[in-house]
Design a protein around this ligand. Structure first.
Ligand code: SAH
Ligand code: SF4
Ligand code: F3S
Length: 460
């Protein structure tokens, strides 16, 4: 066992991209902690710097290279003073670009993908030790090995925590890099997940969000040795004392089966909120995207969900300007938003990604048309978001408080529908749920007052 006390080192991790990357960054810190690395919020003077990257759109990838240039100056400074700073690029850009990163930025010491970070201590030893290796690129895609090798969860994530249960994707939407950067679908065992959930709860978590690129395709080994699907896993986790809320993200419409829909009716701890991307409302575009479902199937799922849990809040992702998208195709997307009345939504301009089938498509949509469509879609989504929030005014809802402001008299929390809410109240409510009367609504948040306080005021 390495002796952490005698040899403290500073670790800086910068994270881009999805919640899976946020989860991975935390786990990298878990792995390195026993070797003396302590996470620092500042990159200056770090012994090890990790940029955990996202490859999903062109802009995301560009950010990495500009950040690398900036960080290089810190490395040069430290080396001029006789120190050493290891620079690593991790995550999905690392997986996709591999050696090319070192070619373009030769001062980078280490490039590793999302499935090899459990080997960080060995990689660091090779770079710093007697081996004298000066560069490492590690981009294997064996997900199972990683999860088996990760140390026990020992991080304080706070009141709301992420837990990775599934990784990778076999869907191969024609626009998307994820199947290439994360590999094929892999599900962790129920036992491993339950143990990690218990550790999170012991460290103060009251809400756990189960993560996966295709989380509802979950099919892990169950307690009985058989394959369990997501609703069974959720049922098992709902038994854990101390855990109040369960969420899961991101789901694919194809894997939204009846058992999962009914779990929203039957499992109280499962929150009435679902992020279910459709990407486009046009059947022609859905086909070109290889989404493997049509718009009606998506609308049917939502109808079933609303039958099972009438108040469920929906959220979605949309891409505008996919090759071949006409005004009518775009109208079909706007129409989906009007029909579903999303409580929240995320929309993006299509970005051609090298190596994906859509990157070779012709019939491209002009950038100015993409920008126009994006603005129109975002306006419409915002209207529905505000409408959903406004309808909450006057209602009383349980809110789980996850943050208090510095002065200790204002709280931040989330409603069951995942709305952010600001409430005046004492810091001791952090980590607890309390009923809140909703008093104000904005596009992205609510305000409210504690119900208890209200009744005390009334009786006074
Ligand atoms: N696994 C999830 C999300 C994947 S990435 C799913 O299947 O829905 C998150 C979102 O980024 C996607 O839902 C999509 O809306 C967007 N996205 C992915 N690739 C993109 C691309 N090439 N251009 C623009 N947006 C993209
Ligand atoms: Fe990408 Fe499609 Fe897989 Fe989602 S389902 S990760 S959009 S390929
Ligand atoms: Fe980005 Fe990789 Fe997540 S490409 S969105 S960090 S899976």
């Amino acid at each position: 066992m390495p002796n952490a006390e005698n040899n403290k080192k500073k670790l800086f991790i910068k994270t881009w991209g999805c919640q899976m990357n946020v989860y991975d960054s935390r786990r990298m810190a878990d792995i390195l902690r026993p070797f003396g690395y302590e996470v620092s919020e500042e990159p200056e003077d770090a012994d090890m710097m990790i940029l955990n990257t996202c490859h999903i759109r062109e802009k995301a990838t560009d950010k990495v290279f500009s950040e690398l240039g900036r960080m290089r100056r810190l490395k040069d400074k430290k080396e001029a003073e006789g120190g050493q700073m290891l620079m690593a690029v991790a995550g999905c850009v690392a997986q996709a670009e591999g050696d090319f990163i070192i070619e373009r930025a030769p001062y980078v010491d280490l490039v590793f993908g999302p499935q090899t970070y459990h080997e960080l201590p060995e990689m660091i030893a090779k770079l710093t030790g007697a081996y004298g290796q000066d560069r490492i690129v590690s981009t294997e895609l064996d997900t199972q090995t990683k999860f088996d090798a990760l140390p026990e969860e020992n991080n304080k994530q706070g009141v709301t925590a992420f837990l990775s249960v599934q990784e990778g994707c076999d869907k191969f939407c024609t626009f998307c890099v994820v199947p290439y950067t994360r590999g094929g679908e892999f599900s962790r065992s129920v036992e491993q997940i339950v143990n990690e959930a218990k550790a999170l709860i012991d460290n103060g978590a009251r809400e756990i969000t189960l993560l996966g690129q295709n989380v509802n395709a979950y099919h892990g080994e169950g307690k009985d040795g058989k394959t369990w699907t997501l609703p069974l896993l959720i049922e098992e986790l709902a038994k854990l004392d101390g855990l109040d809320r369960i969420r899961y993200t991101t789901s694919h419409p194809r894997d939204m089966d009846m058992a999962l829909i009914e779990a929203h009716r039957d499992i109280e701890k499962l929150m009435p909120y679902l992020h279910l991307p459709i990407q486009s409302g046009s059947n022609k575009i859905l086909k070109a995207m290889n989404r493997k479902h049509e718009r009606d199937m998506y609308l049917d799922i939502i109808a079933d969900l609303r039958k099972a849990r009438p108040d469920i809040a929906m959220s979605g992702d949309f891409i505008v300007g996919f090759p071949g998208e006409t005004d009518q195709d775009f109208e079909d997307t706007m129409d989906i938003v009007r029909q579903v009345k999303y409580a929240s939504g995320y929309s993006f301009k299509y970005s051609a990604r090298p190596g994906t089938p859509a990157a070779n498509m012709t019939n491209l949509v002009r950038e100015d048309v993409k920008a126009e469509r994006l603005a129109a879609l975002q306006n419409l989504i915002n209207e529905y978001q505000l409408d959903f929030n406004t309808k909450c005014i006057g209602m009383t809802m349980p809110v789980l408080f996850d943050r208090a402001d510095k002065a200790g008299d204002k709280l931040h929390g989330r409603t069951a529908y995942n709305q952010a809410i600001h409430v005046p109240g004492p810091a001791r409510l952090m980590g607890h749920s309390a009923n809140v009367i909703i008093t104000g609504a904005f596009a992205n948040s609510l305000t409210g007052t504690l119900e208890l306080q209200e009744s005390v005021l009334k009786s006074a």
